[in-house]
Design a protein around this ligand. Structure first.
Ligand code: GCB
Length: 615
């Protein structure tokens, strides 16, 4: 018996719960719809598991020999009908790969591969009146086309944000086939661009689900506590702001939000544009605010007409006052660490709550109350687990290094990634910073691009802080000046600096930092490489002692920065990068981790931990 038959049996059982609504005769459309808020609350069926795959180096399954998209592509999942038929592929005879995953660590032939791989799986569907079906992908890196039963469902670009298609009209009664073409080739106009310092893991890297929704559903909702808590603390009541949007502009739908523990329940009725908004009042004494020390989440029920969905939402305020960051009205020092979304043991994309818990528990052990999820939106579970563990989050889009600033399509790509990052996580109390870029070279085009992104982020969410990892533009006489036109758009001024690694560690005590903006400062990166277990003198590069000394010198230097409100050293764990080729030391790992790729602690870990203990 092949593996796909086994899967079909399991799915067949599950399909009893999932019945699909079919409009067999309606015209077929490409059906990407805005991201569904809190997909986890919906009934559905996981499409994780074994998918057949075909490696397609020349995109034989997509283009004809004149490089024109072909009607006869692999998405047809064709089978010979007659003995003489020529069909040069067969998904059912091709190997299977566990999804979600990156192909680089699943098939050793694909370790360095950057190109196209096709995936196929089947599932059973049974038609049912009154529901629609969304096909949801947590993330696919990088460019993907999706077909259901040979018909195009849609196309998506961007490797780290979720997306969903309404595939109701493409489903058939009985066996259905999904085919996904994934291409992770790099291009200068992409986001990220052609070069970046992390592994370009390809594939369907996050969960795939079928999601059952009513024809009119709650596409998005937001619930947060209003205002700075400094102001609220004086009053007797707090205000919670609620807003929601249906997938259709229809008036007269009843939306009820309730928080049983606070005995709050409030109905709203949608206007002609299909939205609602309003406030709920709660006694200040009763409302327990979310904080790292007490990461309180409330069970929240949201109902639309006759359906009810559950979420867990925390309430906190975040604001800046001069050079301070205030959480719930109180100054906070952000004891952070940068993290890549890579598995804790060895490489590979992290793709589960268990991976997230391990990485975050290491950050906790270090004494962190904050993590920088670099350089792209991480798995949703990283954010959710961090929220439960009381860890604040900086979340970022991969506008990294030298983006094609003047290209409108590149801007549109970055804008969509920003939109979907915010769409997914804007109800998570622990997310306090949206970061729009990392180490970008100064130019007028870049300022326009990033200025527009910053304004767009604020228009989507004005309840959080905006930042980006900047660079100091050079030091003369040991004076480092931060001079970036983007200063006016950000709430928090952040920059990366590598004294001790890309310049001499002995410069550290002499360094002065001039940051001419009355805003809090985060050092979003510093650090240096060490190979775990390699010991020697403190001036011997790659030893743990070298890295330890670098941390000692840097922390003493940072302590002198006026307005320092936090730091996220680079980085929690050694991570794979094609730029790091030194044999015997790097072996394709960036070795700046405080933990090795296998999770062993290096000496510098204890230096930072001690510093955080007294911060
Ligand atoms: C940086 C980048 C980061 C690199 C790091 C390094 O400034 O932001 O992505 O991995 O330096 O190790 O050089």
């Amino acid at each position: 018996m092949n593996k796909m038959n086994t899967n079909n049996k399991v799915i067949g059982k599950l399909s009893g719960v999932l019945l699909f609504y079919l409009f067999a005769l309606l015209p077929l459309s490409k059906a990407q719809v805005p991201l569904l808020q809190n997909v986890q609350a919906y009934e559905g069926m996981s499409l994780n598991g074994d998918w057949h795959y075909i490696v397609d180096v020349q995109e034989e399954g997509y283009y004809d020999y004149r490089m024109k998209p072909t009607r006869w592509g692999f998405f047809r999942n064709a089978k010979p009908q007659h003995p003489e038929d020529l069909i040069e592929y067969d998904f059912d005879q091709s190997p299977t790969m566990q999804i979600p995953s990156d192909w680089n660590t699943q098939d050793e032939r694909l370790f360095f591969y950057e190109g196209t791989v096709w995936f196929m799986r089947r599932f059973q569907a049974v038609p049912m009146q009154d529901y629609r079906t969304l096909l949801y992908f947590g993330a696919v890196n990088y460019d993907c086309h999706v077909w259901v039963n040979g018909k195009k469902a849609g196309h998506h670009v961007g490797g780290f944000t979720p997306f969903n298609f309404d595939i109701s009209d493409l489903l058939v009664d009985g066996e259905n086939v999904i085919i996904v073409k994934v291409d992770n080739k790099r291009h200068a106009e992409d986001v990220p661009t052609q070069i970046f310092d992390w592994w370009n893991y390809g594939g369907i890297t996050r969960d795939v689900r079928l999601v059952k929704v009513t024809p009119v559903y709650l596409e998005d909702y937001d619930l947060h506590v209003v205002g700075g808590s400094a102001a609220d603390a004086k009053g007797k009541t707090c205000t919670l702001a609620f807003s929601a949007r249906l997938n259709k502009a229809e008036a007269g739908h009843k939306v009820v939000v309730s928080i049983p523990e606070l005995k709050l329940e409030q109905p709203f009725t949608t206007g002609a544009d299909g939205t609602v908004s309003g406030t709920l009042k709660v006694s200040r004494k009763k409302l327990v605010l979310w904080s790292p020390e007490h990461p309180k989440l409330y069970d929240v029920r949201l109902s639309l007409d006759t359906s009810t969905y559950a979420d867990e939402i925390g309430f906190r305020t975040i604001e800046t006052r001069d050079k301070q960051i205030l959480l719930n009205g109180q100054p906070i020092f952000l004891k952070g660490i940068s993290i890549h979304n890579e598995k804790p043991n060895g490489g590979g994309r992290a793709n589960s709550a268990a991976d997230a818990r391990t990485l975050l528990s290491w950050a906790k052990e270090l004494g962190c109350n904050f993590v920088r999820l670099a350089h792209y939106p991480h798995h949703e579970e990283m954010v959710r687990e961090a929220e439960k563990m009381g860890i604040l989050v900086w979340s970022e889009i991969p506008v990294y290094w030298t983006i094609d600033w003047a290209n409108p399509a590149t801007y549109e790509n970055a804008r969509c990634q920003l939109r979907d990052m915010i769409a997914r996580d804007h109800n998570r109390a622990n997310v306090i910073i949206w970061s729009i870029a990392n180490e970008t070279p100064h130019s007028t085009e870049r300022d326009t691009f990033l200025g527009n992104l910053a304004q767009y982020a604020r228009s989507l969410d004005n309840t959080r802080l905006i930042s980006m990892a900047m660079e100091v533009t050079g030091a003369s006489n040991y004076v480092n000046r931060l001079n970036d036109n983007m200063n006016k758009y950000v709430d928090v001024v952040s920059f990366n600096q590598y004294v001790g690694w890309y310049r001499d560690v002995n410069d550290a005590p002499k360094m002065r930092w001039e940051i001419p903006y009355n805003k809090p400062v985060i050092i979003s990166e510093f650090g240096g490489g060490a190979k775990y277990g390699y010991h020697g003198a403190k001036n011997q590069r790659w030893t743990e002692e070298f890295q330890e000394n670098l941390y000692i010198q840097n922390l003493a230097m940072l302590d002198k920065i006026d307005g320092l409100a936090g730091t996220t050293p680079w980085i929690l764990k050694d991570f794979r990068s094609p730029r790091r080729v030194l044999p015997g030391i790097q072996d394709y790992y960036n070795r700046k981790g405080l933990f090795s790729d296998k999770g062993e602690k290096k000496k510098a870990f204890y230096v930072l931990k001690q510093w955080y203990e007294v911060k």
